[in-house]
Each structure stands twice: as structure tokens, then as C-alpha cells.
Ligand binder design. Sequence first.
Ligand code: CDP
Ligand code: MG
Length: 751
Amino acid sequence: DMAMVSKKGSRLVKIHREQAERKKAQKKEWELAGTKMGDILGIKKQDDGEAKEMDDNMDYKENQKFADHMKVDQEQKSEFSKRKTLKQQREFLPVFAVRQQLLNIVRDNSVIIIVGETGSGKTTQLTQYLHEEGLTKYGMIGCTQPRRVAAMSVAKRVADETGTELGEEVGYSIRFEDCTSEKTMIKYMTDGILLRESLREPDLDHYSAIIMDEAHERSLNTDVLFGLLRSVVSRRSDLKLIVTSATMDSQKFADFFGNVPVFKIPGRTFPVDVLYSKATVEDYVDAAVKQSIQIHLTGNEGDMLIFMPGQEDIEVTCEQIKERLAEVEDAPGLAVLPIYSQLPSDLQAKIFQKAPDGLRKCVVATNIAETSLTLDGIMYVVDSGYCKMKVFNPKIGMDALQIFPVSQANANQRSGRAGRTGPGTCYRLYTDRQYREDLLATTVPEIQRTNLANVVLLLKSLGVENLLQFHFMDPPPEENILNSMYQLWILGALDNTGQLTRLGKKMVEFPLDPSLSKMLIISEEMGCSLDILIIVSMLSVPSIFFRPRGREEDSDAAKEKFQVPESDHLTYLNVYHQWKSNRYSGQWCAEHFIHVKAMRKVREVRAQLKDIMEQQKMKLSSSGTDWDIIRKCICAAFFHQAARLKGIGEYVNTRTGVPMHLHPTSALFGMGFTADHIVYHELVMTTKEYMQCVTAVDGYWLAELGPMFFSVKETGKSRGEKRKVATEHLKTMEREMKEAEEELKRRKTFE
Ligand code: CDP
Ligand code: MG
């Protein structure tokens, strides 16, 4: 296989060389047309310290050259010419041609739906138009995004287009990171942020306009916002609401808001050749690697975009493309760049940069690049046909991220990315028949497939009494709502009638998942709030441990030194303490294979959560060296996610009996330490159910802290009786809650 590629490769290299001359001539033109994003985004920040850090990361080593090149390029340009280019770019966008028409419609209507192809300028321009029109005199212009990456990168772009410093007139806000100031007039944020803001300010008085971007994505928070904003606009006639979508199913949005106008931005797209796989693809990573090398060696000028379901596949794909290409003699250079949401933002910025000197760019992305980030110059798309989705899994009783085939709508968006700047080609790694027969027409909205505990908590505290009556565009299945209410009841956030308890009200204050906010709140009375605060902060950032290729053993050994054999949570606490006693040193992190940026983020998150705790007048105390208390506290918040030892390394879920396994990264894995009972933070579903971030607990704690579920086997009848009572109690409670809901529903209907 490999040999074939190389042999074919050397023939192909010749073809490539012939193209080189033509390329040179094209290059000038190319650079003019291309976005100069790279000049702006990220590069400025790469002062020495940062650049070094990046160099540590093997993945990006070769791209460092690329960054250096861009840096020089940047220095040579005067501020003036840069801005002129940006202005020209703005005026070249399809939305610019209809600017005035658009503004007229906005003036005459309080809600409008705007539809436009990806890259037409919706996200970056609409906010600026409204600002130029004077709307920011009366309040901010808010623009929501389903993805944090998009919020950050778009804000940066708009700050540059307006010639301002990011965080001043133009800023962004995502969970645990507020990059705005009193000056901010245009604010990009995740939909989750606006949702939380509505808790403090139900009418969103700070805003004169809100743009709900990427509505076609139908993210959970966007769907909830739809319902809330629908009533906000009925109360506030001065508020402008713009809903944007990249797809044509906009009539649904228009109907939802009361038959409001739909404005279509005339698009400028080029034809895309769609090619299907002839046979069913077994290994989409392998197929994508082969396809991309083929394109690189035989194709014409133009960048490549590969869609993969998630981070792991992206990393493997990048690695394999580089490896296989290295085996091809004289192969032309290729800048292989990953993009996924957990990637550090300076590295994310790289995908917008133009590769220098005829280097082709190959971006390997999740569906983040489907519509929310626009890349210019893509001529080739390779579509694996899969994406990752969060779906409620009844087997395990919680949400799990799983890989699913994309919908036809996704597939079409993906292929569309090849035709933005010129005619393109899309390679679908599935058959024509699979596309027609196996793929759903559109994706099921998140609200219909995920756990709604957070939404329930939020809506309850907004005073929405009957959730089944809330105005959803597509109501979630009743069972979903009741399930989530049940889960909140288990956690003690709702009482038997479905009302928020004191605990529940406190939980809403924290921008965390219900179990985590509960853990933080109960840690106060258990006397370990400072310790739990650190653990929660550590759990709120992506991976801390760094495992560079080629140095796996060294990094594993370093990690082992931190490990507390009975708990991953305590291992995290341990890492933080040691980092702190080393004066939060970056050097120390590097030596111990720990991501310094992630740790700095932990510190920020900790400070923010601590602020909230102080506002709530919570007592801050540490249990010192008594780590059993901490484990007990973890157990009290996660008893519903517990497992019992069955065989070596094998566990079964205590409630459902489903087999589960320790994740290989766990401190409990293969340490010769076997715990009879454990609680876990997360489940990762691959071929098996893996528990990630695990803590050993005492079986009696489970019985004590989660009496509705557990009793300890050995203790005979009295405990058995107890369990029976608990089970019955549970049934009664479920019935009561259901009745309460139904009663409310009945009352509402009669009103
Ligand atoms: O929202 P929509 O897909 O309609 O387009 P947009 O995101 O406003 O993008 C308009 C233009 O801005 C495109 O040509 C992008 O390449 C450019 N852009 C950029 O260079 N960097 C960003 N972070 C965002 C947009
Ligand atoms: Mg957009």
C-alpha cells in the first residue's frame, strides 16, 4: 500500500513540478485575493515566550516556519495598507451589495430572518452595519454563536476590520472568559452566555440589537433562546432581533416569530463536483489520508479541507498524512493544520493564514468548519461522512458523545466549502446510495436528543413553571423533560412538586453542570470548599497532561508521580498544589509534561468561581490533608454515576448493571489498586463504555448519600427493607411530579 503511494508519488511529483511555474505566476494574484487574516490573528501574540511553547508541540513544529514567515510579512506592511486591504475585502463580500436594502428592512421590522451562503459576510458584517447605522447609541449589539471558537475568531476579525483593539469596542464573551470592557459596543458570545445573561436581565436591556447567528445549527441554547427572545421582543419594541441561517429552511424560523420577513443574500458560489466512493469505506481515516495525498500530488492549485468527526481522528489523520508524504520522494510541501474546539486559540488562528511560497494548506477539521468558520481558498473537500454528536443514551442514563453519520444537509454544507473562491471538488467517502438512503435529510435538533437538566434549571429559575408549555420551536419529547427533572430531583435541586429547592437556586448561580455545582455547594458544609473549588476548575478545562509523540514514556512517568492511586480527582488536586508551590511556574509545567496554558486557564476559572462563591457568602475552607472528606464530597455529588467492581478492571454500573471499564488514563488503571466502588465524572463511548476521571468511594457512602438507589448488600434485611422503601419513595415521587406537571398543563389549557 505504502509502496504504491511512493511509486506513484515520484511520477506525480513530475506533474507537480510542471505546475510549479504556472503556480508562481498565479501566486501574486492569489495573495491579493486571499484573506490577510494571518497577518492579524494570532501572529501578534506570538512573542518569544509563546512561540517557544508552541515549538514544544510536535504537531505544530513544521508550522512554526510558516508562522515566522507570516511574522516577517506582517512587519513589512504599514498599518495603512493593511487596513485598506481589509476595507476592500469587506466591500467584496456578497452582503455588501445589499447593505442598504438590509438596513431598510431592519428599520421597518423588529424581527427578521437573514439567509446567506457561508462566507457571504453575515457574521462579520451585520454587526458592523448596525453599528454604522447608529444602533450602538442605544445599547450593545450582541451576536450569538453556538461555538466558542467562532465567537473568538470572529470578534478578532471584526476588531481588526474596525481598526480597534480586541476587547475594547469589539469583544467577545465565552464561559470563563470575558474579553469585553465598558467600551464594548459589538459583543460576540456563545449562545450559552446570552442565556445566562437573561437570568440577570430578563429583557436584555443592555442590547439594542441581537443577532442569533448560525440558527440552522439548532444548538440547545439557541433553541431555548428562541423561546425566550420571542417574548422579549413582544415586550421591547426597541429591540432588533436578527436570526441568520446558512440554509434555506428559514421559513420555519419566520413562522415561529409570527411570519416575519426573510431576506436572502444573493450568493456567489462556484460549481462543486461531488464524487462518491464506489464501495463502502471501512476505515474513513485511512481513506481520507489516501485521498488527500492523491489530491496533493495530482491536483491543481488550491487548499484542502478534510472533515473528521473529532479530535482523535483529526490527530491521527494529520499524523498519517505527514508520515506518508514523507515517504514520497521529492513530494511538495504541505501545511497540515488541525482545527477542533479544544485546540488552543493561537493554533486555531493558523487555519486562516495563507501558507507561504506555494505551500498547499490542508485543514483537517470537525464540523466547526462546516458553516461557522469560513476558510478562503478551499478547492478540495474530503468528507468522512461522520460527525460527533451529544445524544442521550438511555442505556447509561446520560448524554454521551458518539460518532454518527452526518445528515444530507451537513454533507451539502461540507461540499459547498469547496466552491467559495472558485470551482471545486468534493470527495465523499461514502457511496451515492448511502447518501440517498442512509443519511437523514437534516440533523435532529440538539434539544430533542440531549439531557436537559441545565435548561430545566435555568428555565425554572426564570420562573417558567410549566416546562411542557414553554414555547419551543420543536418541543423536546416530554419524556426528556421529565427525565431531566428526575435527575435534578435526585441531585436535590428540585422538590417533589418540581419546584426549585434552595440548593437548586444556588446551583443556578454557577456556570457549571448540575453535578459540579452541587459538589461545589455541598463542599461548604463538608469543610473542603477550597479543595473542591480546585478540582472543579481542573475539570472545566481541556486536558492538563501533555503526551508528545516520541516522548510517551517520559511523559507517562512524569504523570505517574502525580497520581493518587485512589482518585483522578485527587490527582488533579495534587498537580495544582504542586504547581502552586512552584510559584505557578511555566518552566515547572514544561518539565512535568503539563500544559501550562491549560493550568493558567484553571487558575482563571478558579478565580471566577471563587468570586461567585464569595458573592454567595460561602465559607471557604480546606480539609488540609484529610482527603477522605474530599472523596466523600465527590461521592455525594456523583453517587448517581457509580460502578461496582465485577472482575479485574471490570465494573458494572450500580444502577443499570451495564458493564463499564476504567479509562487507561485513569490513576486507578493497572495500578494494582482495586476499589470495590467508584464514582466517575464522565463516560466515553468507543467500542466499550469507558469511565473517565474516577474516584474510589466507600460502598457505605453510596448507601448514605444516595439512599434512593443504594444499600449495601451484606447488611441483610434492614438494609434491604430500606432499599425497598427508597424505591417506593422514588416511584411515588415520580408519580407526584408527573401529576404536578399534568395538573399545571391542564390549568394552562383552560386559562
Ligand atoms: O457568516 P458568514 O459565513 O456569512 O461570513 P463571515 O464569517 O462574515 O465571513 C466573511 C469573510 O470574512 C470571509 O471571506 C472570511 O474568510 C473572512 N473571515 C476571516 O478572514 N476570518 C474570520 N475569523 C472570519 C471571517
Ligand atoms: Mg457566519
